[in-house]
Ligand binder design. Structure first.
Ligand SMILES: Nc1nc2c(c(=O)[nH]1)N[C@H]1C(S)=C(S)[C@@H](COP(=O)(O)O)O[C@H]1N2
Ligand SMILES: [Mo]
Length: 239
């Protein structure tokens, strides 16, 4: 009777301790929980997420729907009107620049097949098309003190990466996914294709790219304890 009573008294405390686990999560649940209903292993729920005209296969690789299984953005899906949208290059640059949506589309386009991995365990292999971030930054003339690139988004989300990483990996700012215009859920007009970095580095609805001399800048999820340098290539080789 005594042990039972202790258990009953501790149960509410135990449940209370579980709450932060569910509250603080850098994105949504695993797509893998959806039942497979078609012979090629695509569940009907996944099937429904493909958009009209969306490419589903590229060089023998099956592409995932460009819209994820569930939205867990910090302030919901943003609806950006490109008519009055601006992409600003700010901070440690000689010449700050303001791009329109059309300006970015007019730059030479690059295409890459890259998988986005979210910390929650799901991933999405998507064919991205966009402009090289290096080409967007180049005319702004980056000052030598700049070491960090901070991406600011319309929902006040932010995340950053070292300037060196962005240039080495020749990262893209994408405006198309699987051959169609980036859906609002995926960051229309632009998403950072942060190859080999976890999902929270893939800034969506980006409207400002700031050059900074702070190597320790922490974005939205990083401030809440997520690794500031989540390199997936290193993770694979460490036991
Ligand atoms: N502006 C903005 N960008 C963001 C986020 C966000 O909440 N706001 N979430 C990040 C996270 S945690 C992931 S996994 C990817 C993909 O998010 P999705 O699962 O909602 O598609 O976008 C990233 N970029
Ligand atoms: Mo995420």
């Amino acid at each position: 009777m005594n042990t039972n009573g202790t258990l009953m008294r501790r149960l509410p405390l135990f449940l209370l301790l579980l709450i932060p686990l569910f509250a603080v999560t850098a994105c949504n649940m695993n797509d893998g929980t959806e039942p497979d209903t078609s012979p090629d292993g695509i569940s009907s729920a996944t099937e429904k997420r493909y958009q009209e005209l969306e490419i589903r296969e590229y060089e023998g690789v099956r592409l995932d729907p460009s819209i994820g299984p569930r939205d867990n953005s910090i302030s919901g899906i943003q609806q950006v009107n490109v008519e009055n949208y601006q992409l600003q290059i700010t901070g440690l640059v000689e010449k700050p620049i303001v791009y329109t949506y059309e300006d970015v589309l007019a730059l030479p386009a690059a295409e890459r097949l890259i998988t986005l991995y979210c910390v929650e365990g799901w991933d999405a292999t998507v064919l991205w098309e966009g402009a090289r971030i290096s080409e967007l930054l180049e005319p702004a003339e980056i000052l030598p003190e700049a070491v960090t690139v901070i991406f600011h988004c319309v929902d006040d989300y932010s995340t950053s990466m070292p300037l060196g990483t962005i240039l080495e990996r020749d990262m893209l700012l994408a405006y198309n996914a699987n051959g169609i215009k980036l859906p609002a859920a995926l960051g229309y007009p632009f998403i950072v294709v942060a190859e080999d970095k976890l999902g929270y580095k893939w800034a969506r609805w980006v409207d400002e790219i700031e050059l900074s001399d702070d190597p320790d800048y922490l974005g939205y999820w990083e401030r809440r304890g997520y690794d500031n340098d989540p390199d997936l290539r290193e993770a694979e080789t460490t036991p």
